[in-house]
Design a binder for this molecule. Structure first.
Ligand code: C2O
Ligand code: CU
Length: 513
């Protein structure tokens, strides 16, 4: 095990990523895109973050459980105060997991403005054998800053579709049509890692003429599942194995589709299509094959997958019913909610409250109600039944855990909306586990996890304009085993000091009690 040290000066960068527009974005050390971070399970990843922006910022390693160190998770005003401008904070991650993750900003939606990159954690002895790897990161890229889009989306006078909300696709950092060929050698097997780092768009990936065998879902290994293509909602990751053909007489294309359900296809800008070369031999002709999507991995298909660890469905101790929605306020403004509660960031990070209020920490009343706090008992198994009776899909992400996906079905209102598929229940021995699940419109999903990770964890939509405290506010807070948390974790002094300094520009539009 080694120490992997990464120094990040978080800086504004003015540059062109999509080959079309120059714009201000957020990068590191004066560059954007940010290079991927590679490490091996067992390593310690030391990330020195120096905030050179004029607002607070934080960093989140998406998919890492942060066991025993909830204060390293990153979300501003949940786990820490934003790092003040000019200040340095060191994140220290003990990498107990292997798989495909990503690192992104978790304050002021800096992720959507470019503060995001891949985190690949290798396994010294992976259970699947392959000869080499390829990595694909997918991003969406807009002309304007995120704050401009966020304001538009909730404004009473939002034109439809909102201007500046139509994005371009970036593959491995740049315009999706300018990617370098990926190389295949005959008969070799490749692991292809796919990460959707988009703020808004869905992606679909396929290599016509080749089958994909899914082996990893959001950092958790699965049994092999054969498909033609893989769909990724924002924040999702997959690894697939692909075995190359026996001969190198032909080259192929991989195909990528980028799309969003809120943009009318009539605009001609949605979906967008990208492709790149799968090169067996430089001079071989390219075999053009029709796109295939008859056997794709989607939210319907992945319930049929099984986890490699064969963990059976957890026995439920407690069920929570959650309902996702959007309210029209009397001001004409629109805001999202979960069970009719719209999230507002607290004045003190929820984690600090959980660690400093003794026995009271078990009482949800000590957390600002507008953070939608739910206190969980140590080791209880929680089932979330999450309903989405609306027309937008929501990729919901839970921090600190991977959860089992045990059931999909039509949401009650869905029956009247034409969505009449019958529920799909995970009847197999080992449901897949993941950290983001798409809850399609007019549907519900059931997920389960064990509250075995004392800490404070956000649950939110990963479409940035829906699920951030700077936009439509579809978030809630799980306070997990605060009694155990108080006995086993200590807040770094620096984090406490940063709270006194970040009043320069508070994170997340904090609302008082
Ligand atoms: Cu990818 Cu709340 O995070
Ligand atoms: Cu959403």
């Amino acid at each position: 095990a080694k120490h992997v040290v990464v120094d990040w000066d978080v800086t504004y960068v003015y540059m062109m990523r999509d080959g079309i527009n120059y714009r201000q974005s957020i990068g590191i050390n004066g560059q954007s895109p940010i290079p991927p971070v590679y490490a091996t399970r067992g390593d310690t990843l030391i990330l020195n973050v120096h905030n050179l922006l004029n607002v607070t910022t934080t960093i989140h390693a998406h998919g890492l459980f942060m066991r025993g160190m909830s204060y390293m998770d990153g979300p501003a005003m949940t786990n820490q105060c934003g790092i003040p401008p000019g200040e340095l904070f060191t994140y220290e991650y003990h990498l107990e997991q292997a798989g495909t993750f990503w690192i992104h900003g978790h304050d002021h939606d800096h992720s959507a403005d470019g503060l995001r990159t891949a985190l690949v954690i290798y396994d010294k002895e992976p259970p699947y054998k392959y000869d080499a790897e390829h990595l694909f990161t997918f991003e969406d890229w807009f002309v304007g800053q995120f704050t401009e889009r966020a304001e538009l989306v909730s404004s009473p006078t939002m034109p439809y579709p909102p201007p500046h909300t139509v994005g371009f696709g970036l593959i491995n950092g740049y315009n999706g049509n300018t990617t370098k060929p990926i190389k295949f050698e005959p008969k070799k097997t490749y692991r292809i890692r796919l990460i959707n780092m988009s703020s808004t768009y869905w992606y679909y990936f396929q290599i016509p003429g080749h089958k994909l065998r899914v082996i990893e879902v959001d950092g958790i290994l699965s049994d092999e599942h054969i498909v033609d293509g893989v769909q990724l909602a924002p924040a999702m990751r997959y690894s697939v194995l692909v075995t190359a053909h026996k001969s190198d007489e032909l080259n192929y294309y991989y195909k990528v589709k980028m799309y969003a359900d809120f943009i009318p296809t009539s605009l001609g800008e949605n979906p967008r299509f990208y492709s790149g070369l799968v090169e067996y031999k430089q001079d071989s002709p390219v075999k053009e094959l029709p796109d295939v999507d008859d056997n794709k991995l989607t939210w319907v298909e992945d319930i049929k997958m099984t986890a490699l660890d064969k963990q059976p469905p957890l026995p439920v101790d407690r069920s929570l019913y959650l309902w996702l929605g959007n309210n029209l306020l009397s001001t004409g403004q629109r805001l999202d909610h979960i069970n009719n509660i719209t999230y507002y960031a607290p004045l003190v990070p929820s984690l600090f409250t959980a660690m400093t209020t003794g026995d009271l920490a078990k009482n949800p009343e000590v957390y600002n109600n507008r953070t939608h706090p739910v206190v969980l008992k140590h080791n209880e198994v929680v089932e979330l039944e999450v309903h989405n009776p609306n027309r937008f899909h929501h990729p919901m992400h839970l921090h600190g855990h991977a959860f089992q996906v045990t059931e999909y079905g039509p949401s009650l209102d869905g029956f009247t909306s034409g969505n009449t598929f019958s529920p799909l229940v995970q009847s197999l021995v080992a449901p897949i586990q993941r950290d983001v699940i798409e809850i399609p419109s007019f549907s519900y999903v059931k997920i389960r996890f064990r509250a075995d990770n004392p800490g404070v964890w956000l649950y939110h939509c990963h479409v940035n304009v829906h699920g951030s405290p700077e936009s439509l506010r579809m978030l809630m807070t799980f306070v997990e085993a605060p009694d155990v948390l108080q006995k086993t974790q200590t807040l770094p002094k620096k984090l406490i000091r940063h709270c006194g300094m970040s009043g320069i520009k508070a994170s997340g539009n904090a609302a008082g009690n």
